[in-house]
Design a protein around this ligand. Structure first.
Ligand SMILES: [Cu+2]
Length: 488
């Protein structure tokens, strides 16, 4: 390089990198996005109390330059819906109005409630009608979510943006010195991605992965966070993509909670994997960061094992994506001054869970993931999902071990309604410490066998089934779903 070209290069460097403002920050183009600006992370509004009115309707959102994108949202949101905040022990009234021109359902993911209140495929909400389930909140404090679960329409309705987070509070969690100022040091973070047609509409024909990462319905999201401990409530709301999450400087952070509530103690990690439908609450320490500095939360998804959603090399087509087999940003974080009520230390002890053990189980069931070969649909035990078929019958109050076998061509995300379970074994090796708590969804690798133990208590019905299914919405739509009754 000549002196002049060096001078020009440094001038360009200063122009590009030298003058950052808080709102419209000019950044280095990452490997996976050509965008030069960040957009402020949308924080869903909250509804707190015992009565929740939700209305699902068509909407639209300016997601790219040019035409707005047709979306679905609850309560006027342009994408997604409000965060519902409720207390364990409260009796809740839900009023869900469907203002779409098609049928939907609203499932309370992770909730331990009667099957008829569950919002699965059977609790259909016709257009211009209101569904009014009511139930007691029996779950532990944690991060749950609601989403459509209409058979063969789940993928499409989720893709349009129908969904929302639920935060349950209880006295154990409330007594801990944890960040819990919503939107300030307690940040909801819904991770997904979308693919676009040339008219800026979402691609809704079946495909496994979007091309552009999205956090809370925001592409290239950024947030300013205080110089203190900050909690994130993270949901993987993808179709098939898994996330191997970490921070751009490889700092350690704490996992404090997974699907069904607090772990016994915080787990220090530098990466946490999150499959579709799983939630994790993490706490990251920003107290040593300079005000004005920035870092990124990233998906370290390059070089994952075969079968991990998004590990495929291709960039286009049904299993391709511009994000596949790459590390990419999920949230850009700008550090600002601490708040007056900053949390500065993670509690060493969180709660005392008493988990079911393998030896507690009086019934053992094996469920095999089958099909999926030569263009055939995935199935459980070679049975295609049937709306009136009961695949399993569980006795009320039974403690059961369910062993899921995936001698199949790809990884899946397995979800059981009604209960929270304990993962007791993984044939591939150890159970990750960050999935050591109560769970309702887990990742099952290709070639793996995973066993979980749960007690099927409180709610019996001879007619209303619960679901178990792959939480890849395209897979459940295609029939990778079964039904179980809990009977007296
Ligand atoms: Cu699946």
């Amino acid at each position: 390089m000549t002196k002049i070209s060096l001078f020009l290069a440094s001038l360009i460097f200063i122009v590009i990198y030298g003058c950052n403002k808080s709102d419209d920050i000019t950044v280095t183009p990452s490997t996976t996005t050509t965008s030069l600006t960040y957009n402020d992370l949308w924080i869903p509004p909250t509804i707190t109390g015992k009565s929740f009115d939700l209305t699902l309707a068509k909407s639209s959102k300016q997601l790219r330059s040019g035409a707005k994108t047709a979306t679905y949202g609850y309560n006027g949101s342009e994408f997604w819906g409000p965060t519902l905040i409720m207390n364990k022990g409260d009796f809740i009234q839900m009023n869900v109005t469907n203002n779409l021109s098609e049928t939907t359902t609203t499932h309370w993911h992770g909730f331990h409630i009667p099957a008829i209140m569950d919002g699965g495929p059977h609790q259909m909400i016709e257009p211009n009608s209101t569904w009014k389930p009511s139930f007691e909140i029996k779950n532990n404090a944690g991060t749950y979510w609601y989403h459509p679960h209409l058979h063969e329409k789940t993928f499409e309705q989720l893709t349009y943006g129908a969904g929302g987070l639920i935060i349950i509070k209880d006295p154990i969690e409330s007594a801990l010195a944890l960040p819990r100022t919503y939107g300030t040091d307690d940040i909801p973070l819904v991770l997904t991605s979308r693919r676009y047609n040339s008219d800026n509409s979402f691609t809704t024909t079946e495909h496994a992965y979007g091309d552009y990462a999205m956090a809370n319905g925001t592409h290239d999201a950024q947030i300013s966070l205080p110089k203190q401990l900050v909690r994130f409530r993270i949901l993987n709301a993808e179709t098939e993509r898994g996330y191997n999450l970490g921070f751009s400087d490889n700092r350690s952070f704490y996992v404090i909670s997974n699907d069904g509530g607090l772990l016994d103690a915080p787990v220090s990690v530098t990466r946490v994997k999150l499959a579709v439908g799983e939630r994790v609450e993490i706490v990251v320490d920003l107290s040593k960061d300079e005000v004005g500095s920035s870092l990124d939360m990233k998906a370290y998804n390059a070089n994952q094992e075969f079968g991990f959603g998004g590990s495929e090399p291709q960039t286009t087509g049904q299993f391709g994506s511009l994000l596949n087999n790459k590390d990419f940003n999920v949230l850009h974080i700008n550090v600002k001054g601490a708040t007056s009520n900053a949390i500065v230390a993670v509690p060493t002890k969180l709660t005392t869970n008493t988990y079911w053990k393998e030896s507690d189980a009086t019934t053992v069931r094996t469920i095999k993931i089958t099909g999926g070969q030569a263009g055939s649909a995935f199935t459980f035990d070679n049975n295609t999902y049937g709306f009136t078929t009961i695949n399993q019958t569980v006795k009320l109050d039974a403690i059961e071990k369910w062993t899921i076998v995936n001698n199949n061509i790809f990884g899946h995300s397995f979800h059981i309604h009604d209960i929270q379970f304990k993962i007791v074994s993984r044939s591939s090796g150890a159970i990750a410490n960050y999935e050591s708590g109560w769970k309702d969804t887990f990742y099952i690798r290709t070639g793996e066998t995973v066993s979980v133990v749960a007690k099927y208590d409180d709610f019996a019905s001879s007619t209303n089934p619960f679901m178990y299914h792959c939480h890849f919405p395209n897979h459940e739509d295609a029939g990778l779903m079964g039904q179980f009754l809990v009977t007296q």
